[in-house]
Design a protein around this ligand. Structure first.
Ligand code: ATP
Length: 649
């Protein structure tokens, strides 16, 4: 017992400060279209980024800064060689995600949320029930105060300036108190004053005990002086690592003398881009691929004391998942080294439960829909206008035997129209939201499953409403039979087609971007249309093509629609006053079903043909409903797995 207590204290302290080191880190990207080959982007990098230091990765454009940041944060996981360590132990990516956040170059925000709302959603998604609303509010206020956003709480994020958006991006990630924060080009697009404010803020975060790693393309002299640790790369190799003060002496030792009036960062950049001949090899050799630590800043005792005081600037690290894991581990006597794996299980990856994530995502989606109703209003309007148009075109065809073929066309058109509008309804949502979702998902706000389910559910009310409007108007204007089961059946089939088409639209949108989705989506859906049974009947098609009919969900939808309108023993229909014809072919709608190849009465049938057809229609209609439900489930599952794959890669 006597030996256990001090070990716990030490390790809790270690767990609150993380040093990230890497050894022999290389990364190759696959390039080329026909002739694929590996392009070495990072070559044998070594180094260490410590807590309480503002570390900056410098280098010319295309040198590999963002790639290194992506590797260290775990955003890129493939084609890597070498080791990344956290406090000396090999990084466990899953558990490292508990501890870190990634603020991307573009401030990817929902423009229609206010700062207050964005912060509330962030805290509700990232922090579970262990903190009540009052505590969350206090924390949000503290963070906004720290970032100078208090006066703008009720401003829409889309109306903020670039610098304010950047600060908000940081604020959103601070709510769960990450120990390590990665920033990709935090000063890009900011003027010098905002850049310096931004870097001051990062310095504050570092001083409070965090590990801050960011990339900066070309820092001004002012910014350069604020940096604690520089990691410079050129052509994918390390050309310097150490403090900014030691950079000039380091270059001097290689006879590269920085003029006094020059910003050393600019001078280093000029050297790295071969303005003074090719020097990168020499620099890389002298810094020993990043292994040479002699140019690092040495912390004086005074520095350390100041740092200890600065820790108080930010909320205490309490609700961070690692703290939860550490709490669980407090009773573990095995707490010898920092290894969250030993006491964090997989379900801890997100700080909140699936239901909580789903709940807040759904609220956020409804809020965003209500703030930008133009899309929904447009959908409703289109359904209304088209329904009136179709109602006029096919006016009263429903109870006229002479117009049975026109009535069949009405059924076909309804299925197609609802299918196409539903297909394109969600086609743009995911590709447009993808960058934001990627950021939030990577920073453990919510799982793909929670996002996907809420996206699906959020659209149901509007889709149902649009379908109701269309069917109600056209059904009555075309004078279809006033029998509830026929109306309900026709509505159900059409609603299911919408759900199938939305699932199919989701597959297309998860594979392609908006442009390609719009071009290819309609082309991909055309074969389903061709094999719906409207243009060519199955029995007339070549037998090698029959399977295409069987996988066309539109064939089932059309059959379902036709059965509800013409089937189920629908009685004799009046033939109007066509005096030229005393023979009316479709007085009995079963004849139409035979003509369009949807029902056959076997020649040798012993039972009454009408009874036989009625029984078959009942069975076929149930089959149609089941198949459409199956298509809905299968398409949506496929879309989910593709989305998961895309968000995880
Ligand atoms: N997945 C990839 N496929 C092909 N090339 C890649 C890939 N990832 C990185 N590269 C290449 O590696 C090099 C370094 O890219 P990276 O984005 O890391 O540079 P950078 O230093 O951050 O540049 P910038 O400052 O312009 O953002 C570039 O030439 C880039 O084209």
């Amino acid at each position: 017992m006597a030996t256990t207590t001090p070990v716990k204290t030490t390790n809790l302290k270690i767990a609150k400060e993380l040093n990230i080191s890497f050894e022999g880190l290389s990364y190759s990207a696959k390039v080329g279209f026909l002739k694929r080959h590996d392009k070495k982007v990072l070559k044998n990098l070594n180094g260490e980024f410590r807590s309480r230091e503002l570390s900056v990765i410098l280098g010319p454009s295309g040198s590999g800064k963002s790639t290194l940041l992506n590797l260290l944060s775990g955003y890129k996981l493939k084609n890597i060689s070498g080791v990344i360590k956290v406090n000396g132990s090999p990084r466990n990516q899953k558990h490292f995600r508990h501890l870190s956040s990634y603020v991307m170059q573009d401030s990817l925000l929902h423009p229609l949320l206010t700062i207050r709302e964005a912060m509330r959603f962030s805290s509700n998604l990232k922090i579970g029930k262990e903190m009540d609303d009052v505590e969350k509010k206090i924390r949000i206020n503290e963070i906004l105060e720290l970032l100078g956003l208090t006066d703008m709480k009720d401003v829409y994020t889309g109306k903020l300036s670039g610098g304010q958006q950047k600060r908000l991006s940081i604020a959103l990630e601070l709510v769960d108190n990450p120990l390590v924060i990665f920033f990709d080009e935090p000063t890009t697009g900011l003027d010098s004053s905002s850049s310096s404010q931004c870097l001051q803020l990062l310095k504050k975060l570092a001083d409070s005990g965090r590990t801050i790693i960011c990339t900066i393309h070309q820092p001004s002299a002012l910014l350069f002086r604020m940096i604690d640790h520089i990691y410079a790369i050129a052509d994918g190799q390390c050309i310097y690592q150490g403090s900014c003060k030691n950079l000039v002496p380091f270059l001097n030792e290689l006879d590269l003398v920085c003029p006094e009036s020059f910003n050393p960062a600019d001078y280093l950049l000029e050297i790295s881009t071969h303005d003074y001949g090719y020097q990168n090899g020499r620099l890389n050799e002298k810094i020993q691929h990043g292994m040479n630590q002699q140019y690092r800043k040495k912390l004086s005792i005074n520095d350390k004391q100041t740092d200890q005081q600065q820790v108080l600037l930010l909320p205490k690290i309490e609700t961070n998942p690692i703290s939860i894991c550490v709490k669980k581990a407090k009773f573990s006597s095995k707490l010898q080294i920092f290894d969250p794996k030993s006491y964090c299980n997989d379900s801890d990856l997100y700080s909140t439960s699936f239901l909580r994530q789903f709940h807040f995502l759904l609220i956020r989606m409804f809020l965003l829909i209500s703030r930008n109703p133009s899309m929904s209003v447009m959908r409703i309007l289109i359904h209304f206008v088209v329904a009136i148009g179709i109602g006029l075109i096919y006016n009263n065809v429903g109870d006229s035997a002479k117009n049975m073929m026109n009535n069949f066309r009405y059924v076909f058109y309804s299925v197609m129209f609802l299918m196409f509008t539903a297909f394109s309804s969600l086609q743009t949502t995911f590709p447009l939201e993808l960058p934001v979702i990627k950021r939030e998902h990577f920073n453990r706000w919510y799982s793909v499953r929670a996002y996907y389910v809420s996206l699906m559910i959020a659209d149901i009310p509007i889709q149902v409403f649009c379908t109701v409007i269309y069917i109600l108007i056209t059904y009555f204007m075309t004078n279809q039979p006033l029998e509830f089961f026929r109306f309900a059946g026709f509505f159900s089939v059409n609603l299911l087609v919408c759900f199938v088409a939305q699932g199919f639209g989701m597959i297309v949108s998860t594979i392609f971007n908006v442009k390609w989705g719009c071009i290819l989506g309609n082309m991909i859906i055309c074969p389903f249309l061709l094999f719906s049974g409207f243009f060519v009947q199955l029995k007339h098609a070549h037998h090698l093509l029959h399977w295409l009919f069987h996988i066309s969900f539109l064939k089932y939808a059309l059959e379902g629609g036709v059965y509800t309108i013409f089937g189920f023993n629908r009685g004799k229909i009046e033939c109007d006053d066509d005096e030229e014809l005393n023979y009316c072919r479709y007085s009995y709608p079963n004849q139409l079903l035979r003509d369009i190849g949807m029902q056959d009465c076997p020649k040798n049938s012993t039972t009454n043909c009408d009874v036989y057809m009625y029984e078959n229609q009942k069975a076929d209609f149930s089959k149609v409903i089941c198949i459409l439900i199956l298509f809905t489930v299968v398409f949506r599952c496929i879309a989910y797995f593709i989305m998961r794959y895309r968000l995880k890669n």
